[in-house]
Design a protein around this ligand. Structure first.
Ligand code: URP
Ligand code: ZN
Length: 467
């Protein structure tokens, strides 16, 4: 039997209430919660003044992903260490089926990358770059094997983009199996036209990335996706929603009786399009913010914050897709369309959401736990082992000090990237301790265990009834 550990006198954050009390961790699980007194020889950690939150569940990462002629800077080891330092204890990464491959080939490549190299527990979604009868035949075995969520891209023409016929048929099969599909909603055909047009005009600086991906193209893709869903009513979600227009399209679909789950990301809540500079100035620093969808306007941020608090948006993933500025982002120095798309963020999700969501009064601490853990656990088939602090659940716990103030510096992070888009941002609230299945992995803000003992998590079918 493993030692018993008492997290004493914290604020235990549950979905609907916060209780002052203690958590007893035994054999990797939460064994008791409430007003507990230490047992003889029990290790006690004083949690007075700390929030005890369920370990974060990161729904959207691209670790060691081959993309645009390079590979993302964080592999499973550095990416999951960074996640751990920031209070995330489960990651669901996008295993990718590239053109011509089977799902099994994609999945086995992802297991090779991840198995034995993760500091936290992990699962996979399956990203599909096409749809055909062979993939249809394979979907059931993939779901039975514990990959119950898929992703399709409506962007990235000639590479990963799928169209309505493929979307319809994939959703039909996924619905038959009780699984779900997430969609990257941007109109890839129009983006391609706009990119070609700007390049022909000699407009090659990073500024033009967002010019070629306007908000209307997210909204339009959502309208198109929801027209398909009007026919099917299949489980599905929208990944990395970035605009008020997109959220409007989601809510209009809901008014027509379609059930849609939505994810957004910290970058769309906190950073805006001013980071791309201006048309008349060539500032390649803007390449640090090249991601798809691009950063938007302040009014979009406010709409997303409101949606997150009200329940229109159900969870927050980071779309962590890190490329170094030197050597990787620089690949697009003379042409914005060659800049690898994506940015790091896995380490900062919980702390940024606490600082700019809870500490500013935009949402309460309970909603924070729901959008960073509980909803993802339910929707991605991990609840109640993960995502909640109840007796019997895995003892994945974050102790966060709401008073500590600090400033984000790339050099202080575990992420294996030479910059962070959040450089210099003041943050109120800091992760102090993190426990993975009862074992302390972070103490007083520092990683204290180098064990790569994260377990692969086969997942059950989604529970789409989340708020
Ligand atoms: O720019 C991004 N987000 N790259 C990663 C792939 C995606 O679109 O999710
Ligand atoms: Zn992504």
């Amino acid at each position: 039997m493993e030692e018993s550990l008492l997290l004493k006198d914290g604020f235990i954050v549950l979905p609907g209430e916060t209780l002052r009390g203690s958590l007893r961790l035994r054999d990797g699980k939460i064994s008791q919660t409430g007003d507990l007194t230490p047992e003889p020889d029990e290790r006690v950690i004083n949690c007075e003044g700390l929030y005890l939150l369920p370990g974060g569940i990161e729904t959207h990462t691209h670790l060691q992903l081959e993309s645009m002629g390079t590979v993302t800077a964080d592999d499973f080891e550095s990416g999951t260490r960074a996640a751990l330092a920031g209070g995330t204890t489960t990651v669901i990464d996008f295993a990718t089926q590239f053109h011509g491959e089977s799902m099994a080939e994609g999945l086995s490549r992802w297991h090779e990358k991840a198995d034995g190299r993760c500091a936290i527990d992990y699962g996979f979604h399956m990203a599909l770059t096409e749809w055909n009868s062979r993939l249809k035949e394979e979907m059931a075995s993939v779901v039975e094997g514990g990959v119950s969520s898929f992703k399709m891209y409506m962007a990235y023409k000639d590479n990963m983009m799928v169209q309505e016929d493929e979307i319809y048929e994939a959703l039909e099969e996924s619905q038959r199996l009780g699984a779900t599909i997430g969609f990257h909603c941007e109109n890839g055909l129009l983006i391609d036209v706009l990119v070609r047009r700007e390049r022909a005009r000699g407009h090659l600086t990073p500024y033009y990335h967002q010019v070629t991906r306007p908000p209307e193209l997210e909204e339009e893709a959502i309208v198109r996706l929801e027209a398909v869903n009007h026919l099917l009513h299949a489980n599905h979600h929208i990944v990395h929603l970035s605009t008020a227009r997109g959220l409007g399209a989601v809510n209009r679909a809901r008014e027509r009786g379609i059930s849609v789950i939505v994810e957004t990301c910290p970058q769309y809540l906190l950073l805006d399009a001013s980071r791309y500079g201006t048309a008349d100035r060539d500032d390649f620093e803007a390449a640090k913010f090249i991601m798809s969808p691009p950063l938007r306007e302040r009014r979009d941020q406010e709409a997303l914050w409101r949606g997150l608090a009200s329940g229109d948006i159900q969870f927050v993933g980071t779309d962590h897709c890190s490329f170094n500025f030197k050597g990787q982002k620089e690949m697009g120095r003379s042409d914005f369309s060659k800049i690898p798309n994506g940015a790091p963020g896995i380490e900062l999700r919980l702390q940024l959401l606490y600082a700019y969501g809870v500490a500013t009064g935009r949402m309460d601490i309970n909603r924070l736990s729901v959008v960073t853990a509980t909803n993802a656990a339910k929707y991605f088939g991990l609840y109640p082992d993960k995502g909640v602090l109840l007796p019997g659940s895995d003892a994945d716990i974050v102790a966060l000090d709401p008073q500590l103030e600090w400033t984000v510096r790339a050099e202080d992070l575990q992420e294996n990237c030479d910059y962070t888009p959040y450089e210099g941002m003041p943050v109120k609230g800091r992760v102090r301790h993190v426990f993975l299945r009862g074992r302390q992995k972070v103490a007083f803000g520092r990683i204290v265990s180098d064990d790569l003992d994260g377990r692969y998590l086969p997942r059950r079918l989604p529970d789409p009834v989340i708020q």
